[in-house]
Design a protein around this ligand. Sequence first.
Ligand SMILES: [Zn+2]
Length: 161
Amino acid sequence: MDTFSHALWGYGLFGIRKYPKFAALMGAMPDLISFGALMLTRVIDGTYRWGKPALASLPDWIYPAYTVGHSFVIAFAVIGLVAIWRKDIAFAMLGWPFHITLDFPFHSLEYFPTPMLWPLSDYKIDGIPWSNWYIWLPNVAGIILLLAYRQRQKRKRLNGL
Ligand SMILES: [Zn+2]
């Protein structure tokens, strides 16, 4: 899914009680450390172009950055360690594995399939790209419903006081 959708899902699902900005950041993090970092370097050196970068134009470092961010194994290992120390922070980090859950059925083998089990396995799914309207529009509808529901809950909580 696009990075902004990921941030909103992270915020809506896991940033309810505490750390809303951090939850949004963790939802988007796997893309920020890979494509976000690439965009930043290209903006800085003046070579940034709008749209999906061509595979041949990508630097080598983007692959390990993408792999580490898009692995359930890494995500749950890190979150598990954080949970020993702070459960509330670990909860806000769950947007990270949710990001992977949204990516693996919606990336094809042609363009960054999700290495969800790395380093245990190289298994990847040939999914349907999220850029198809029939994937992306339900995604946006889901976000709108989730945020509307959260807003209602918040209002109820405030009225209850
Ligand atoms: Zn992603």
